[in-house]
Design a protein around this ligand. Structure first.
Ligand code: 2AL
Length: 249
């Protein structure tokens, strides 16, 4: 079983962090690999960043289809391009936000999210609404750290995340905390130890859900809206995305 983690931002150090966290948690016999788009934002912390990054995610899925990947994980907490990615493959495609929400509801009645910047909180709120998890989430909190601080100033970032998680624990009447950024994948154990609550992190949750789906022989349904896109010409700078026949592999 080969699981491909796609970091939708172009920061190679964060891709490595995500890839190592996946490797640590994967079952023996599961192969994991991590990639990021060649073009796009170095971090995703706005609607604009997210819209541009989605194209890169789709290009990475296209590459993966030529390599016979068995499952894909979109490792950014906005799950950019998730539904479009599912159209391109029969393999399961899991977003780290949806993975974390599913896992958190299995071990707690209510959770809070601790994400990076406050302005990205609305992205998590939209996902909670879209996925039907809003009534499980008490509060979306932010540690007010730019995403790249997780790479460049990680000790200070960790302190701020732990402080916010402790506030969530003490004020939100919750059973678990969801970490709201792919770049937090390596911090889970440290945060859990400091906070004393179950900490659900999306990259690791998505690896385990991918293993479960592949193990069950379940992939993305090609019946209905997630069927392969109709053959189509794309013009201009997107001409390379023109396609005559799916599946791509
Ligand atoms: C993210 C994430 O997971 N990766 C990134 O670049 N931006 N989202 C977030 N809320 O921090």
């Amino acid at each position: 079983m080969h699981i491909r983690l796609i970091n939708p931002n172009t920061t190679a150090g964060m891709t490595a962090t995500i890839g190592e966290a996946a490797k640590r948690i994967a079952a023996p016999g599961t192969q994991t690999s991590a990639s990021n788009p060649e073009s796009g934002p170095v971090s995703i912390e706005s609607h604009f960043d997210e819209a541009i990054s989605a194209v890169g995610v789709l290009e990475e899925i296209t590459k993966g289809e030529r390599e016979q990947v068995d499952a894909y994980i979109i490792a950014c907490f906005g799950d950019p391009g998730l539904m479009a990615a599912r159209e391109l493959t029969r393999a399961p495609v899991i977003g780290i936000a949806e993975a974390a929400f599913h896992m958190a509801t299995l071990i707690s009645t209510r959770f809070s999210i601790v994400t990076t910047l406050g302005r990205t909180g609305i992205i998590a709120e939209h996902l909670l609404d879209n996925y039907g998890f809003s009534h499980h989430c008490r509060r979306v909190r932010a540690a007010e750290i730019p995403v790249l601080d997780l790479e460049e100033d990680s000790d200070a970032a960790l302190v701020r995340i732990i402080d916010e998680c402790k506030r969530a624990r003490d004020e939100d009447n919750i059973g678990a905390i969801v970490l709201g950024c792919g770049g937090m994948a390596d911090l889970t154990d440290t945060i859990a130890e400091a906070v004393g609550l179950p900490i659900v992190e999306g990259v690791t949750a998505a690896v385990k859900l991918s293993e479960a789906l592949v193990g069950l022989g379940l992939g993305t349904s090609k019946h209905g809206d997630l069927a392969f896109p109709r053959p189509k010409t794309f013009t201009g700078s997107f001409a390379a995305l023109s396609h005559q026949a799916f599946p791509l592999k």
